[in-house]
Design a protein around this ligand. Structure first.
Ligand code: XLS
Ligand code: NI
Ligand code: NI
Length: 450
């Protein structure tokens, strides 16, 4: 069941971390208020369902509450008055209050986290687990007070130096065991918090150089790891969906979870398809040389599109810049696929995106998310309008109509052979190929709806 954002109530806070912001409201396209939604109207019905149910927005903990603005050339820039700069549990607990004030003021129903975003590592695994338990207690209270829910949890298996050679694909069995222990715990806290999904993103599951890599063993190990994760999850009663998130490169030169096609091949080969779906991220799709729409369509036609990470790269930069999505065309393409497959639940739309290091003030976090939500709301409305008029689907249907009956119909029904097709063509002499693909006309049609 989905909660409407109207049910989200700000917790009774002693301190406000965003005192200049009240609950962000829908004010319509004419409003000039930058701290209002102009298109995202949570309860507005589109194709029989509310916008909040179609979009199932989620705020990500790592970028939104842990980004500092650091880049390879410069120190942190972002001003975060609530952060005392320590890796203490107290600081982590205070951040939970910040996060839930932010999420409720924004009116987003979900959040996502990695284990290490929410709680600091201790000097041993058991100390680390204890830190996590302390923060998870607070997260649980905050969820209860506000109605905000956990879309997915995951484990950070890439930041700590022990994972330099990978985690579930590390050549070192101790590192593999450590990663397993960490994922075991991450699944347990995800379950404890009522998480609806659990995400596997490769982190450093790939290679830098094949001279030192046994690819076959690494892939076997990764598959075994995912099977054990599922077995443990089911044994503790976590029946949520597992999501595998494709990314072609970065941090490693070649990630095993390269794109939707590579992930699906892996999932099928190792018998994981029953419980693993894909979490497709825009910036990862473009790094793989695909459009987001391509990746979504590829996953969706195989019944494997589970959730999305909404962001964008930069046309001129070749890495995962994780910017907030503002492109209405891309959002429309995304929503065309999502509407066609009748939604993403139990997945959602997670803003795996961070403000630029020059966007230094806390209020920029609101501007960024409002923009992303409005962009997707416009994408949703535009896609629904295109679908209502069958503006693309009629054309596509007609384009393939030679397969509806006659020789094409026989092909689709599996009734033909090469012999019959040859006889047909020998008789006919030549194929009729005069029909246009009308690409420019279709592009103009999309522009009419935007
Ligand atoms: C990194 C990934 C990561 C996953 C979660 O590029 O997008 O943030 O979404 O581990
Ligand atoms: Ni992601
Ligand atoms: Ni990413």
């Amino acid at each position: 069941m989905d909660i409407s954002t109207d049910d989200l109530k700000a917790p009774p806070l002693m301190t406000s971390y965003f005192p200049e912001v009240s609950k962000i409201e829908y004010e319509g396209p004419e409003s000039k208020n930058p701290l209002a939604f102009h298109h995202y109207n949570a309860s507005e019905i589109v194709e029989g369902r509310s916008m909040s149910d179609w979009l199932r927005f989620s705020v990500c903990y790592w970028h939104t509450f842990r980004s500092t603005g650091v880049d390879p050339f410069g120190a942190p820039t972002l001003v975060r008055p609530w952060d005392d700069g320590t890796e203490s549990v107290d600081n982590a607990l205070r951040r939970v209050d910040v996060a839930f004030e932010f999420i409720t003021k924004l009116g987003v129903p979900f959040y996502c986290f990695h284990d290490r975003d929410v709680a600091p590592e201790g000097s041993t695994l058991s100390e680390t687990n204890a830190n996590l338990d302390t923060v998870v207690e607070r997260l649980k209270e905050a969820q209860k007070e506000t109605g905000v829910k956990l879309l997915w949890g995951t484990a950070n298996l890439f930041s700590n130096p022990r994972f330099a050679h990978g985690a579930a694909t590390s050549p070192n069995a101790d590192v593999y065991a450590y990663a397993a222990a960490q994922v075991k715990k991450a699944i347990e806290v995800t379950h404890e918090l009522g998480g609806e999904n659990y995400v596997f993103w490769g982190g450093r599951e790939g290679y830098m150089n094949l001279y030192n890599t046994d690819m076959k063993r690494e892939l076997d190990h990764l598959a075994r790891f995912m099977h054990m994760a599922k077995d443990h999850a089911r044994s503790i009663g976590f029946n949520g969906q597992f999501l595998f998130e494709p990314k072609p490169k970065e941090p490693t030169k070649h990630q095993y979870d390269f794109d939707a096609a590579a992930c699906l091949n892996f999932i099928r080969q190792y018998g994981l398809l029953d419980f693993v779906q894909l979490n497709i991220e825009t910036n990862h799709a473009t790094l793989a040389g695909h459009t987001m729409m391509h990746e979504l369509e590829y996953a969706s036609i195989q019944g494997a599109l589970g959730s999305i990470d909404a962001n964008t790269g930069d046309l001129l930069l070749g890495w995962d810049t994780d910017q907030f999505p503002t492109d209405i065309y891309v959002a429309t393409q995304v929503m065309l696929v999502i509407l066609k497959q009748n939604g993403l639940a139990p997945g959602g739309t997670n803003f795996d995106a961070k403000v630029r290091r020059e966007s230094t003030e806390p209020i920029d976090l609101f501007h960024a998310h409002i923009g992303g939500m409005d962009t997707f709301a416009r994408g949703l409305k535009t896609a629904a309008a295109i679908r209502k008029d069958n503006a693309l689907s009629d054309f596509i249907k007609e384009r393939y109509s030679s397969f509806d009956s006659g020789i094409g119909g026989r092909v689709e029904q599996g009734q033909t052979s090469f012999e019959e097709l040859e006889a047909y063509m020998l008789e006919k002499g030549e194929a009729d190929t005069s029909v246009s693909g009308r690409q420019e006309m279709l592009e103009n049609i999309i522009n009419r709806y935007i």
